[in-house]
Write a protein that binds this ligand. Sequence first.
Ligand code: ZN
Length: 243
Amino acid sequence: MNELLAHRLKVLGLRDVDRILTHTNRTVMVSLTARRVLRLHEGYASAPDRVLRAIVRFLNPRLPRAVRRGAEREFLGFPVEAYAPPPARPPRRERPRPGDIVLLQRLTELHQRLNQQHFGGGLGALPIRLSGRMRTRLGELTMDLRTGQPTEIAISRRHILRHPWVEVEHTLLHEMVHQWQAETGLAVDHGRGFRRKAREVGIEPQARRHLARKADGAPAADVSRATPPASPPGYFPGSREEA
Ligand SMILES: [Zn+2]
C-alpha cells in the first residue's frame, strides 16, 4: 500500500523525497524530515488524487504561502482515520458519570427529532456516546471500515459543559450530515456536497466554527486557539478563516 501511495504521489508531482513512511497517529498528518523522509497518515492511501495533489502542493516550498495554506486545508479535510484507524485503540470505556443517562436520552431524542425534521426520518438510529477524551474536537462519527456504515456518534463532554445546548445541537446535526453522507454512499468529508447539505439543514458549513459561550459565566475555552496546527479529523472549534 505504501508503494502504491508513493507511486501516486510521484505521478502527481512529488519531488525531492527519498522515502515515504505512513503512520496512524493523529498528531501530525504530513511532515517532511530534514533527511527527506516524508511521513504521512496511512489514511491518505485511500484519498482521491485531489487530496494527494494538495499534499504535493503543500510540500513544494517554491509555491506562495497562501497556496500552501489552501493545500493544507484541503488535505486536512480528508478524514484519514475513517480509512486507517489508530492502532488498537484500547477498548476501555469511560466510566459513566452522574447525569449521563438523562443527557444521552436527550441527545437520542434530539437525533430522532432532527432526523425527522431534516432527513425525512431516513437516517438510521445510532448509539450516541459522551467522550471525556475529546479535547479539541466537538463531535465525531465513527464508521465500520469494512462496510463504510456509521456505528456511533460521539459528543465531547467538554463541549456540553462549556457551550450552550444550541451549540451541541449544531454539533449533532453536523455529525448527522456526515452520517447522511456515509449512509447514502457519499464520501464522508467537508467538501462541496457537505457544505450544500449543511446549508440546507441550517448549520454553518465550515469544518470549524466559533462557539458561543455559556451565559452562566462558566470558564469558556479560548476556542479560537484550541486547534493545533496540524489537526486530526473531526469537528473542531475554530475560526471561519481556518475552515
Ligand atoms: Zn465534520
